[in-house]
Design a protein around this ligand. Structure first.
Ligand code: G3P
Ligand code: CA
Length: 290
């Protein structure tokens, strides 16, 4: 049996009946039997500007349900979707606000950020793309019938961002049982942030971003369903060490690997038994797995 499938299977004996319970990813409605789920990183970010609505539309047009994003907060408290702490790399902020270096997200209001062009840096056809608010983003993910790996980015800069994010997700209808079961994972590089999300809403599937030492994995299993690791840090032994643990929902823990952008690496991590592959080129990964 495929290693991941074996590890993601819980066997319970009920009066002599063997009950097979799939892991959280399968529970979340993964479109696969043994292949890892494919997650479009910052949207289909090799083909459209990262973390824009165009990037998730592109993923949807290519047939990919799962997208990943990065959530931060503006000076006046609006949640927005952007990867870097600074707006400089992916917008024209330096031209519009030349005196405001280093152009941190947290130093700009939502209205100021709404003026920025977040598409031209990627290519002229995306000129005018905007930095989406999380509310706008969730509306589009819902419209596209997609699923989301939401990353709380740089939470140390934004006290209370976990509670605020969950409130917005609730308002947008993303914390109902159907979404929790099949459409949402919340992750962060901050263990404190992942723990806070779990404590606030224990029903959410959570992931820690990183590769903690194997000896420390049981501590993470208290609040994280997944360990989502840089693919270069993964080995067969490490993935197996994650799989033998059970997360906060009593299911075997899983691994998503990032950021996998070539066929050889996709096949390698699939062979390790990861449950998910996060990629800028979902079509390349899909082709490799076929
Ligand atoms: O989802 C994993 C990946 O997004 C983590 O790295 O820097 O791209 O947010 P980063
Ligand atoms: Ca991310």
């Amino acid at each position: 049996m495929h290693a991941r499938v074996a590890a993601a299977t819980t066997v319970a004996l009920l009066g002599g009946t063997v009950l097979i319970l799939p892991g959280p990813h399968a529970r979340a409605g993964a479109v696969r039997s043994t292949d890892p789920v494919i997650v479009s990183h910052r949207g289909a970010s090799a083909y459209a500007p990262e973390n824009t609505l165009a990037a998730i539309d592109k993923a949807a047009a290519m047939g990919f349900l799962w997208v990943e994003n990065d959530v931060q907060r503006t000076k006046d408290g609006e949640l927005v979707v952007l990867h870097d702490a600074s707006l400089a790399r992916t917008t024209d902020v330096e031209q519009l606000y030349p005196q405001r270096a280093p152009w941190k997200v947290k130093d700009f209001t939502a209205a100021e950020i709404a003026r920025l062009d977040a598409g031209s840096w990627f290519g002229p056809r995306y000129a005018g793309a905007r930095v989406p608010t999380l509310k706008q983003y969730m509306s589009r993910v819902s419209h596209n019938h997609q699923k989301l790996v939401l990353e709380i980015k740089n939470p140390q800069l934004y006290p209370g961002i976990e509670q605020q994010t969950l409130k917005l997700l609730s308002n947008e209808g993303w914390l109902d049982p159907a979404h929790l079961k099949s459409r949402l994972i919340v992750q962060s590089f901050s263990a404190d942030s992942v723990r806070a999300v779990h404590d606030l809403r224990p029903g959410i599937t959570t992931a820690f971003l990183g590769t903690p030492p194997i000896a420390q994995l049981p501590q993470y299993a208290r609040f994280a369903d997944q360990i989502n690791s840089d693919h270069t840090s993964l080995s067969s032994d490490y993935v197996s060490a994650v799989h033998v643990l059970h997360g906060p929902h009593g299911r075997p823990m899983e691994v998503f690997a990032w950021t996998v952008n070539d066929a050889t690496t996709a096949r390698r991590v699939a062979g390790l038994g990861v449950a998910g592959i996060i990629t800028n080129v979902p079509d390349v990964v899909q082709g490799a797995l076929r």
